[in-house]
Design a binder for this molecule. Structure first.
Ligand code: ADP
Ligand code: MG
Length: 335
């Protein structure tokens, strides 16, 4: 597959809506790159610009160092998985999977098509559905076929637009794991966009965090989680969410705001005293909401933590893990 580079990409819609502003990123051959951002951040637009479905204002798109910015969509050789199912309803699963291989340009022998389709069907666990019409599938199966239809070819890059977002939580989790395994098996180059943090952390080799059409940080999932460069980035990953609190609350009077992850709070003893607002038992952990000097702080504790509402509670924080931010919500790095 190919290395894909975006250089200084700008895209506006209707001459005024700035959808992308100075996007720079490199997706290495064989890399699983996830663009993470909320709705409207510019995720779909980025994919459409790479596929050539949108005309960009300025900037360059390179495939293996070759500039393809002005190439027609058909000649770019990318596979796109759209957010909503896009199968041919009157075709069987087999025919849907075989379709991308049947282009007259390719002229693949029937036997080779069959082998490829069966291999992908097996990977996606839909072998027993090959004869079904696309309309005879559940939502999860349809999306498996849609992903399979992209993966059956080996293009320059797979572009995936929130392909799991319409599925229920359980299925999303299963397909997430399967997709990662398939990508490792195929050594595929994938640009996957999502607003779902769990997808980003489990799938990505690299995450690019998108905010209002700009990439604000690129890093491994660990780097983005442990070393975010702003409050915005710190809030993209982590569940329950990071606590953003005034520095003065912990006598850090020169620091505008601090970020404190719920797992970096220890309950039971310590110099700080608050009151329990609520507890939520999630099985493997308990999330305790604490009122501390009129600020709500979430702490997550391994296992079950028993306490009652309004009970006084002492706690301590892991000062090594406190993230410091300035007035502009940007990270202050220690020297
Ligand atoms: P995302 O996929 O992250 O939700 P999009 O790339 O779809 O974001 O949209 C980015 C911005 O561009 C949004 O402000 C959106 O309203 C705008 N936009 C997207 N497509 C169009 C379009 N065809 N015409 C006008 N504005 C658009
Ligand atoms: Mg979108």
């Amino acid at each position: 597959m190919a290395k894909v580079e975006l250089i200084k990409l700008f895209k506006t819609y209707n001459k005024k809506i700035k959808a992308l502003e100075d996007i720079n990123l490199t997706i290495e051959d064989g890399q699983f790159f996830v663009l993470l951002g909320p709705s409207g951040a510019g995720k779909t637009t980025t994919l459409r610009c790479i596929a050539g479905l949108e005309k960009i204002d300025s900037g360059d798109v390179l495939f293996d160092d070759e500039n393809i910015t002005h190439d027609q969509p058909a000649s770019r050789d990318v596979s796109f998985v759209f957010q909503q199912y896009s199968l041919y309803p009157h075709y069987t699963v087999y025919e849907n999977l075989a379709f991308p291989l049947k282009s007259p340009m390719r002229k693949l022998p029937e036997e080779e098509i069959k082998n490829k389709v069966e291999k992908i069907a097996e990977m996606l666990k839909i072998t027993n559905k090959l004869k079904n019409k696309a309309t005879e599938l559940s939502g999860g199966e349809m999306q498996r076929v849609a992903i399979g239809r992209a993966l059956v070819r080996e293009p320059n890059i797979y572009l995936m637009d929130e392909p799991l977002s319409s599925l229920d939580a359980k299925l999303r989790e299963t397909l997430r794991v399967e997709l990662k395994n398939i990508q490792l098996n195929l050594n595929a180059t994938i640009l996957y966009v999502t607003h779902d943090q769990a997808e980003a952390t489990t799938l990505a080799d690299k995450i690019g965090v998108l905010k209002e059409g700009k990439i604000v940080q690129i890093g491994t999932p660990e780097e983005i989680y442990e070393n975010p460069n702003s409050i915005y980035v710190s809030q993209r990953l982590g569940s329950p969410k990071i606590n953003i609190l005034p520095g003065s609350l912990f006598k850090l009077n020169n620091i505008a705001k601090i970020g404190l992850r719920p797992e970096n709070i220890e309950l039971g003893n310590g110099p700080y005293e608050g009151k329990v607002i609520s507890t939520e038992n999630l099985g493997s952990e308990t999330v305790v909401a604490i009122n501390f000097q009129d600020n709500e702080i979430l702490a997550s504790i391994q296992g079950i933590y028993k306490s009652s509402i309004n009970e006084k509670i002492n706690f301590d924080i892991n000062t090594n893990k406190v993230l410091k931010f300035d007035n502009g919500d940007q990270r202050i790095y220690e020297r």
